[in-house]
Design a protein around this ligand. Structure first.
Ligand code: C5P
Length: 234
């Protein structure tokens, strides 16, 4: 089994992120850099993390016209990230352009293309808020629609909430990689996450990767917390 734990480095400083990564690298599969850290520390944090040999998930959720997203994806390939996110609501052309840019830029640099992951409906949005945005019907239907569109557009992975995994597994191709946040080991704080699964439940439901933040980086001993989670999966 590949190590499916991706640690979200949701900290504001590069040094803190790198220290955490040094400590955790032997027991986790990858590290996620999101908008907070990237905006504060810039691409240098990606380069420094990659220089340690760690796999990097660049979670900047690109959402723009196809040409701009393609350029951003190519820039992410230059940084040698292994996974990155785009919004599926950017549309079919945008998703196709992103996947094509990942393939082309990687070929030029003679490296494997990163996994371009589609974000469907942000879990912070409920049916009411979607209605205000002009999206009628329930959240689940919209997630399914966007997931199908992502698949048709050639994306090889999706970010989904823990509670969407089992349903999506019924509808998307078997090869689709599903990455899920909202993971809480039994007996830990749920924080602001409303609907969570344990790491084992999420893997059993069909997730390929687990994004875990606070239960690891805010633990008294992050390394022990990550080891325990890994142990719970064996
Ligand atoms: O600390 P915690 O484990 O809740 O962190 C989860 C990570 O996954 C954070 O980086 C958060 O931004 C991200 N995320 C999420 N829910 C989503 C999408 C991303 O919690 N629907």
């Amino acid at each position: 089994m590949q190590n499916p734990i991706i640690v979200a480095l949701d900290v504001p400083k590069m040094e803190t992120a790198l220290a955490l990564a040094r400590q955790l690298a032997p027991v986790v599969g990858a590290f996620k850099i999101g908008s907070e850290l990237f905006t504060a520390a810039g691409p240098e944090v990606v380069r420094r993390l990659r220089a340690t040999g760690a796999a990097v998930f660049l979670d900047l959720k690109f959402h723009d016209i196809p040409n701009t997203v393609a350029g951003a994806v190519a820039a992410a390939v230059e940084l040698d990230v292994q996974m990155l996110t785009i919004h599926t609501s950017g549309g079919e052309e945008m998703m196709k352009a992103a996947e094509a840019a990942a393939q082309t830029a990687a070929r030029k640099l003679n490296r494997p293309p990163p996994l371009v992951l589609g974000v469907t409906v942000l879990t912070s949005l409920d049916s009411n808020e979607l209605n205000l945005l002009g999206v009628t019907g329930n959240v689940g239907r919209q997630v399914e629609r966007l997931a199908a569109l992502a698949s048709q557009s050639g994306l090889r992975g999706l970010v989904c909430s823990a509670l969407e995994i089992a349903d999506l597994r019924q509808t998307v191709p078997h090869s689709m990689q599903l990455i899920t946040p909202g993971i809480r080991p039994a007996g830990t704080e749920v924080d602001d996450q409303k609907r969570t699964l344990t790491p084992k439940e999420a893997m059993e439901a069909g997730a390929n990767w687990l994004v875990i933040g606070r239960p690891i980086y805010a633990a008294k001993n992050p390394r022990t917390a990550a080891e325990k989670i890994l142990e719970s999966l064996r």
